[in-house]
Ligand binder design. Structure first.
Ligand SMILES: [Zn+2]
Length: 273
């Protein structure tokens, strides 16, 4: 799901919701411009869903001390690069996770999964952040579902081979949608959100903290709020609580199953046989 109202804003390039950051995480509720950062070794609370266009800044600032969100950047390469460096300086994250963030192809052009051109003003320069993080030795993760998102650079040849627009886009740049931007780890899912939820479930088990994974109720609420603020389904392109053509019930069901897997993984008892 995309935030339909997402456009560059005349805000400071870096806008933090909380100044007393001490760790934990920001989890993007949907595939959004939000940056997901984790501080695994210091994680002792719950993940917070804070798809930032939907949150009231003052409300969050007053109540949550461990979330951060960046407003959409300018789309100007130099300004965005400075902002990304400032983010890394400020928060020194252990990992940077990109959820369905578009990456450039070999021509330096962004595309939708259907091969249409996307501008820097629409997506910023998140691939620059990926590069800066890797230069600093910060672990990077790319989660996506189309082959055009940050991280798929590690299997760009396969994307060109498999995807209908992998080699040839529809914008005339001469390249396909396959991004050349790599990450240390790539998580491929049928729907990007699901990949992120899978990562959250794995973290919940590794950290022995089931609250790291959100609940089905939170999932339903996030979808409802996204739609209320103008978000639309990427498949039907309609303002409905669907994610890439699958209903809110399906989303909640997936989270339910993941929650059960986490609970079972964290439980041990004598079965008596
Ligand atoms: Zn193109």
């Amino acid at each position: 799901m995309r935030a339909a109202n997402w456009r560059p804003r005349s805000r400071p390039a870096v806008h933090t919701l909380a100044e007393r950051l001490y760790g934990e995480s920001l989890a993007s509720a949907t595939a959004s411009p939000a940056l997901l950062t984790t501080w695994m070794e210091r994680l002792h609370g719950s993940f917070e869903a804070a798809e930032f266009p939907l949150m009231d800044d003052d409300w969050v600032r007053a109540r949550r001390s461990h979330c951060a969100a960046w407003r959409t950047l300018s789309g100007d390469l130099e300004a965005d690069t400075r902002a990304y460096a400032q983010m890394l300086d400020t928060f020194a994250p252990a990992a940077v996770v990109f959820v369905e963030k578009l990456g450039v192809n070999e021509k330096g052009v962004w595309h939708t999964v259907n091969g249409a051109r996307v501008s820097a003003a629409e997506v910023g320069h998140a691939h620059v952040l990926a590069g800066l993080a890797r230069e600093r030795g910060i672990y990077t993760v790319g989660i996506g579902d189309g082959g055009n998102e940050i991280g798929f650079g590690v299997i760009a040849a396969a994307v060109r081979e498999i995807h209908p627009h992998g080699r040839m886009c529809r914008c005339g740049c001469g390249g396909g949608i396959a991004t050349v931007v790599p990450t240390d780890a790539l998580v491929v899912a049928a729907i990007s959100n699901w990949g992120a939820y899978g990562v959250a479930a794995a973290l919940a088990v590794m950290l022995r903290n089931p609250e790291v994974l959100h609940t089905p109720e939170m999932e339903a609420l996030m979808l409802e709020r996204c739609v209320a603020r103008g978000g639309f389904d990427g498949n039907y392109t309609a303002q409905v609580p669907f994610v890439d053509g699958t209903s809110a019930q399906v989303q909640a069901s997936l989270v339910t199953m993941l929650g059960q897997i986490v609970a079972n993984a964290l439980r041990s008892h004598e079965r008596g046989f």
